[in-house]
Ligand binder design. Structure first.
Ligand code: FEO
Ligand code: CA
Ligand code: CA
Length: 692
């Protein structure tokens, strides 16, 4: 990389080695080439050895404490479910009574779209428009986006880059005409964001300001109209690298998280690598700090650094040139990387609130976290560690959810038990051939247990304190023998059934020489297309025992891929690969957005509906496709309003500033001067798809 420009990617180790359609640029910038290095998990554990979650959050009204003054009805399902609870509710019990239903959002599946198509493709009868784009001004006085004259001061008040998790929470008392949109900003791509003449220091500063989180108010004339964002609205907020987060739970105050800037070990500036997330029953947003390691230079020699992928290489963005804390070899900053890799909780209804990082949920490459309230009243949060051969986790709160007591509920993720999953298959190992062929009993299935890491405030891991377990969770989990998964991304409980869905996106290394081979819950070697695990807790959601089966083994049957869709005819599904983000509609269907298309067919990423019940269980129908080089993220399904939202992440990722690969979403014609606020360049955006 040239320090004069700071944005040329001289080293793209994934060139020629990426899977599906993932670009080497995405690998370099999003994941810090996690797949090109050694597998972080070299442990020797055995082969098998109110409202909750995004859907529940939309099913009932939220009870806010006296200080909150707001009672939020979250999204569409509250109206469609007929079980809305005016002052909160545990969600699962109410929702489960509904059973599955027929969605108002009817569509004819689209055909797979060629990867080179630079368009959002939606079903017949639907149209789309961006709600908010990278660079859109969020505050009064913020300048309009000006591609060729970007400044950090402007970007700090403009919508950030590359959204992943999104949710839209209706503001109560507005008759459905006002809402807040949350979006995170996972990472940046200097090569397509900035002109080559821009000084390197400015590139670093603007790029840094394009990270973090955004909350912005939306408005519409009525429920039949699409949303638009409101510049200068009261709840609008940008969360930047300078924003202070409070670390909660047992690791707060630990020597393991103290630095020169924070001798208390409780106040952390910034959030990084925010990927998927979830919405809590009490109307806050959770966001997962995933590939934080790519922002740090480090010794890279310790067991802890190695297990988290921290290396001594210069970072892609070189923020370490501006702030010493991004190089943990600098005096006083040895623990700075320990302050990232957490689940973040944000209150989108209070722009003055201090966001939290919850140590009780452990530290790893959190894809996201989704919450459900168990029958017992305890809050349960599920979270995947998105790395090849890493694990699936579950948190159970110490205290119980209290309807209507938002202040109390906002403390629930600060204390509780932490577990990691072990899966056992019920078919003979010889029947798991590594091809994806279904074993003789007709299912990939079995039993499982949640192995304790921290229980009742006490470490369950030999030789490690609670603080050590929570800060070095990967190393703690290695000691108790959980199952190594094929990159567990989004993990989402259904509020209709309580079943938990785990998107295992892929694992190109499974079964390779020296690497663990296929097993019943990860049944394919060199798993390029991924699969979905369906977990049924034994009894209450807080149980330490479960059963499981695979809902699907992804791929393109027409290309000869060995696939499985819970018995649904494989020739009647939309081909699907690399499942990533999950969401539910109001009647219990699962929706999946993808980060890759079936290998070899050159198709775009998409959003897919999957029927979970009845004769059509396992049927996959593609709803949309995203533009060239883009990944589909952050789906929100407001099916009772016949509308869907997605974040279009990294459009035109493989292009350059001077030769863009995508013109989404402004599509300014060649030779035309862009209108004010528009750009002839790809702009990651949150998009609404609606009838029209
Ligand atoms: Fe940011 Fe695991 O995807
Ligand atoms: Ca079986
Ligand atoms: Ca993801």
């Amino acid at each position: 990389m040239s320090e004069t420009t700071g944005r040329k990617f001289a080293l793209l180790p994934m060139l020629g080695h990426t899977k599906g359609k993932r670009s080497p640029v995405t690998c370099a910038l999003k994941c810090d080439n996690a797949c090109s290095g050694e597998v972080c998990n070299t442990s020797s554990n055995s082969y098998f050895r109110d409202i909750a979650s995004a859907t529940m959050s939309r099913r009932a009204a939220l009870g806010f404490g006296a200080a909150g003054a707001l009672a939020v009805v979250l999204g569409s399902a509250a109206t469609s479910a007929g079980t809305a609870v005016a002052d909160g509710g545990t969600g699962l019990a109410a929702a489960a009574k509904d059973g599955f239903g027929k969605s108002k959002l009817q569509f004819t599946a689209i055909a797979p779209v060629d990867a080179a198509v630079d368009a959002v493709t939606v079903p017949e009868g639907f149209t789309w428009q961006p709600i908010i784009r990278w660079g859109d001004p969020m505050f009064n006085g913020t300048p309009e986006f000006d591609l060729n004259n970007q400044t950090a001061a402007a970007q700090e008040k403009q919508f950030g880059y590359n959204c992943d998790y999104t949710d839209i929470l209706e503001i109560p008392g507005t008759k459905g005409r006002r809402a807040v949109l949350f979006a995170n900003h996972e990472y940046t791509n200097d090569a397509i964001m900035f002109p080559s003449t821009m000084p390197a220091a400015d590139v670093r500063a603007v790029g840094a300001a394009a990270h973090g989180l955004s909350v912005v108010e939306l408005e519409r004339k009525n429920k039949n109209q699409p949303w638009t964002y409101v510049k200068g609205a009261e709840l609008n907020r940008r969360y930047l690298n300078s924003t202070v987060y409070e670390l909660t739970g047992p690791a707060a105050g630990s020597p393991l998280v103290k630095t020169k800037d924070d001798s208390a070990g409780r106040w952390i500036k910034g959030t990084l690598g925010n990927c998927a997330g979830g919405t809590t029953p009490w109307g806050t947003i959770l966001s997962g700090e995933e590939n934080f390691q790519g922002y740090f230079a480090a010794p890279g020699t310790t067991a802890e650094d190695k297990r988290y992928g921290l290396t001594s290489s210069a970072t892609a963005r070189k923020w370490e040139l501006d702030e010493k804390r991004w190089d943990t070899r600098n005096a006083g900053y040895a623990n700075e990387a320990n302050r990232f890799g957490w689940i973040v909780e944000v209150d989108p209804f209070d722009p003055t609130s201090t966001p939290k990082k919850h140590s009780s949920l452990g530290r790893f490459k959190h894809e996201g976290a989704n919450v459900i309230v168990a029958e017992s009243g305890h809050v349960v949060a599920y979270s995947g560690d998105d790395e090849r051969f890493d694990y699936l986790y579950k948190f159970v709160s110490k205290d119980k959810y209290r309807e209507g007591d938002r202040k109390h509920n906002m403390t629930l993720l600060s204390a509780g038990n932490l577990y990691v999953a072990k899966f056992t298959g019920n078919s003979p190992a010889a029947e798991i051939t590594g091809t994806g062929a279904v074993p003789a009993d007709g299912a990939f299935d079995g039993t499982g247990e949640w192995l304790p890491l921290v229980v009742n405030g006490v470490s369950a891991v030999d030789g490690m304190s609670v603080e050590e377990v929570l800060v070095y969770t990967r190393l703690a989990a290695d000691k108790v023998g959980p199952t190594k998964m094929d990159r567990a991304e989004d993990v989402e409980p259904s509020l209709h059934t309580g079943k938990v869905y785990v998107a295992c996106t892929n694992n190109s290394d499974r079964g390779k020489a020296g690497k663990e081979g296929a097993n019943e819950v990860n049944p394919r070697n060199q798993n390029r297309d991924g699969h979905i695990v369906e977990i049924t807790e034994t009894g209450d959601q807080t149980s330490t025992q479960f059963t499981w089966n695979l809902l699907m083994v992804c791929g393109d049957p027409a290309q000869g891929d060995v696939t499985y869709f819970s018995g649904f005819p494989v020739n009647k599904v939309s081909p699907i690969s690399c499942p990533d983000n999950l969401a539910f509609d109001s009647v219990g269907n699962l929706w999946i957005s993808t980060d890759g298309a079936p290998s070899g067919i050159g198709k775009a990423d998409g959003l897919f509906k999957v029927t979970l019940d009845g004769a059509e269980r396992g049927k996959v129908e593609q709803f949309l496709a995203v533009p060239r080089d883009a990944e589909t993220c952050g789906p929100i399904i407001h099916d009772d309003e016949r509308t869907v939202f997605v974040a279009v992440q990294h459009p035109g990722e493989e292009g350059t500033f001077d030769a863009p690969n995508s013109y989404f979403p402004d599509y300014v014609p060649a030779g035309t001067t862009p209108a004010r606020g528009q750009a002839r360049a790809p702009r990651p955006s949150v998009v609404q798809v609606f009838r029209g």
